[in-house]
Design a protein. Structure first.
Lengths: 256, 566
């Protein structure tokens, strides 16, 4: 079954919509869902043209497609456990919070907090992601704990902060402090990064681009060839300021 | 004229010796009276358990330390969220809730008076501001003197009147209620990079020992005739083997006051550990309670821990640093100029941890082994041991051996071997609980004369009516009903107004803040002492004239005058 939600033109398009109800499982029983526009409760049909194609008996066969101006819609796919969501444009903050299964594909850019505290499933972002991509909530000890986030563009600051499990792959560059406070999992950055992995405890971070302002509390272990990536990399251990046991691999300049 | 008549109340009022009588309570203009006119509003209690309003004699709900706990724990604000509703503000948080969250939840449990466990004098303004925003409970502030430079100088000179004069002036200036000593000397020593391991070690640069601070302050407290005794958080909190320090401290305490205790030892659970390391830690609750049972001059509170996630916050900076080294989690540390310090870290008490299970057992052992319930009050050192919303569960555990057995069966296997809890048969009755949650506190804090903790004519009309029928509920078997009953009152009446009905707050609060004003003879007042003024101006970052808290900060301050030195 495919559910197509095409956003209607709004008088005030900047008022955010809080739409945690948009997850595939909820469409099994119809489309009478409630969302908030600012502080006003709305039905889904007040904000979207809704088209339903086919039927489904189980939620894993449901695909939700979001079209139109979706850049101010927050919390799409929160607590999603199965099925798929396709977003043809940009998406607002907190997309895929606490997601545990299924797939979200974003063809445009994602705003901040993409896949916050994710536990499983896959998020593919074809454009850029904002700050705090694949992180945890403020103050919480563990961020993303499982699943996969792949960003084909660049990501903002604090990418994969408190990462505790799963895989985060950014094909472009990232901003300041990627992988800060990492506890586990894997972070791969194809582009450049600034001050990566501060206070890292565990896990692996691979940076194929250039590192700006390397944190001084990382201990260089060796330089070796990493067959998985077909590169020569400097391998660091840290963050030794806090007895961290993480691994940070940075591609050696000029090696292919 | 505002009149209420509470009919058919099953009253337990330990201070007046009433135990389960069915009676009516008449209220006029916020006070309990003998009778009211027939125009009075009638509340039918339906023979439900009716107690004086609950009093918490050691809790951390207001002040810089608590607020920094909130600041450090944004994740806690995801829990306990409630919407604005009727008279109720938005609340959030579980172990460090917003001030209104604290106030509403205490009110729903029937609590009407709270003593903030530790207020740094220099940061009193913030504490008083938060008192105003905790509107449904009358507030009292324990004032920290554990590392006060002037006090330590006076102690070294063995000058009790001067010590008393400094304490009296400070309490008046910061609108505090009583003397709190937190790890006396230890926090200050740590500020100089040292750690005290016994009460007979000297604080560097001050050449005084914790035992000298404690004994001098006890005598100064009695010289000032303060309503409450010295409120002590003993040295070596949370260290395996610290029970010896606690026993040594108890042995220092003379019996100086016929009306109340001479020392209030707080959260003693954290001070009753045997063994030498975290691996062989064991309970020494039997030794502690043997000492308490032979010393009527000491009252303690349990400091019970419950299994949950919470926040520890105390003026005991070095202890929090040691905990931080254990947990490697976020940590805050703070030094308050010439006065004290503090530390904050989050903790999770887990049944998988043998140490946590032993701590849990020790709290209950202390309560069950203390013969006189007036000497062991029910507290979790909120939020250090557990948030106060866990009190009903503690009550359930004390009243039911069956409940304890069921809990014990889920604990770490070492608990039975290293504590004596499993063998304790005692089950407390309703009267014991009434003593441990209000009457004992009122007596220990010296606020019976202020009309707290009892329901006699002239008392403040603070009343909690719980949906529990003591004649039909058997707490030993139906402990679930007891826990649920104590979680939410049918009515909480505060100063003659129904503030909470079935857990919902229905009026705006108007609390009072009690503070003590010791009338000290002119010739020994420290604000006339040039040396005191000189040192103040030299070492503090504030001027002495800007130090006292203005009356503006206490919109409903209630001054308690004491005839000091008489």
């Amino acid at each position: 079954m495919r559910v197509i939600l095409e956003s209607k033109v709004r008088k005030k398009p900047n008022i955010p919509i809080e739409a945690e109800a948009i997850i595939p499982r909820n469409f099994l029983k119809g489309t009478d869902l409630l969302v908030y526009e600012g502080n006003k409760e709305r039905t889904l049909s007040e904000l979207f043209w809704i088209f339903v194609e086919g039927t489904a008996v189980s939620p894993e066969n449901i695909e939700v497609v979001l079209k139109g101006d979706t850049s101010r819609i927050k919390r799409v796919g929160e607590y999603m456990d199965t099925g798929s969501i396709l977003i043809s444009g940009d998406i607002g903050m907190h997309c895929g919070n606490f997601m545990s299964g299924g797939t979200i594909e974003i063809l445009g850019n994602a705003d901040a907090w993409l896949g916050r505290e994710m536990r499983g499933g896959t998020i593919l972002c074809r454009g850029n992601a904002g700050h705090y991509c694949a992180t945890g909530y403020r103050g919480e000890k563990k961020g993303m704990q499982g699943g996969r986030v792949e960003v084909f563009g660049s990501a903002g600051d604090f990418c994969a902060e408190y990462l505790a499990g799963g895989e985060v792959h950014v094909h472009g560059s990232v901003g300041d402090f990627p992988g800060v406070e990492m506890r586990g999992g894997q972070l791969i950055i194809d582009g450049d990064a600034t001050r990566p992995c501060a206070n890292m405890k565990d896990g692996t971070c691979v940076i194929l681009g250039r590192v700006h302002e390397m944190i001084p509390t990382f201990e260089k272990v060796e330089r070796r060839v990493i067959p998985e990536w077909n590169i020569t990399a400097d391998v660091y251990r840290g963050d030794i300021a806090n007895r961290g046991k993480g691994t940070l691999m940075v591609k050696t300049a000029g090696s292919e | 004229m505002n009149e209420i008549l509470v009919k058919n109340a099953c009253v337990i009022d330990p201070i007046r010796g009433i135990n389960g009588d069915i009676m009516d309570i008449a209220i006029r203009d916020g006070r309990i009276v003998e009778s009211v006119s027939d125009r009075a509003e009638i509340i039918d209690a339906h023979r439900c358990l009716t107690l004086p309003g609950g009093i918490d004699s050691h809790t951390h709900v207001c002040g810089t330390k608590v607020n920094f706990g909130r600041y450090m724990s944004p994740e806690d604000m995801r829990a306990g969220r409630t919407r604005r509703h009727g008279r109720m503000h938005v609340t959030s948080g579980y172990y460090v809730p917003t001030t209104f969250g604290n106030s509403y939840r205490y009110s729903a449990m029937g609590y009407t008076t709270l003593l903030e466990g530790a207020m740094a004098p220099l940061e009193a303004r913030h504490t008083h501001e938060e008192f105003t925003a905790t509107p449904h409970q009358d507030m009292l502030a324990n004032t920290l003197f554990d590392g006060n430079w002037a006090v330590m100088d006076a102690v070294r000179e063995k000058n009790i009147p001067k010590t008393a004069a400094i304490v009296g002036w400070t309490l008046n200036a910061v609108k505090g209620y009583a003397i709190k000593l937190t790890n006396p000397g230890g926090t200050e020593a740590w500020g100089w990079g040292e750690d005290l391991t016994s009460i007979h070690e000297k604080v560097p640069h001050f050449e005084v020992t914790p035992s000298e601070i404690i004994t001098t302050m006890i005598r100064a407290n009695e010289l000032l005739r303060l309503p409450h005794s010295v409120h002590l958080h003993c040295n070596n909190l949370g260290k395996p083997g610290n029970y010896q320090t606690t026993l040594d401290t108890f042995d220092l305490v003379p019996d100086l006051n016929p009306d109340r205790q001479t020392l209030y030892a707080t959260h003693v659970q954290f001070h009753a550990y045997g063994g030498g390391t975290w691996r062989n830690i064991c309970s020494k609750a039997e030794d502690i309670t043997r000492s308490i049972n032979s010393k009527p001059q000491i009252v303690m509170d349990m400091g019970q821990i419950m299994f949950c996630r919470t926040m520890t916050m105390t003026a005991d900076g070095p202890m929090e640093f040691n905990l931080h080294c254990l947990h490697h989690n976020k940590w805050s540390n703070h030094d308050v100029e010439l006065e004290t310090g503090s530390g904050i870290i989050p903790v999770t008490y887990s049944k998988k941890s043998a140490v946590n299970c032993i701590m849990w057992a020790i709290g209950l052992e202390l309560a069950l082994l203390t013969k006189n319930p007036w000497q062991c009050l029910l507290e979790t050192d909120n939020p250090n041991g557990a948030p106060f919303v866990k009190y009903p569960e503690v009550i359930g555990l004390l009243m039911s051996k069956r409940y304890r057995d069921e809990e014990c069966a889920t604990l770490h296997a070492d608990t039975e071997r290293r504590t004596s809890l499993f063998a304790l048969e005692r089950e407390m009755d309703w009267h014991d609980i009434a003593v441990m949650t209000r009457a004992g506190q009122a007596k220990a804090l010296g606020i019976v004369n202020q009309g707290k903790g009892h329901l006699g004519a002239g008392a403040e009309a603070d009343i909690a009516i719980y949906p529990i029928r003591t004649d039909s509920v058997d707490p030993a078997r139906e402990y679930r009903k007891v826990v649920e009953g104590f979680q939410k009152t049918r009515f909480t009446i505060k100063r003659g107004r129904v503030v909470s009905r079935d857990g919902e707050i229905i009026v705006d609060g108007a609390n009072a803040t009690f503070w003590t004003n010791a009338l000290i003879p002119e010739d020994i007042r420290v604000d006339n002492d040039p040396e005191f003024i000189r040192r103040f101006q030299e070492f503090y970052t504030v001027r002495m004239s800007n130090y006292p808290v203005q009356d503006l900060y206490l919109p409903r301050g209630r001054r308690v005058d004491t005839e000091a030195f008489s």
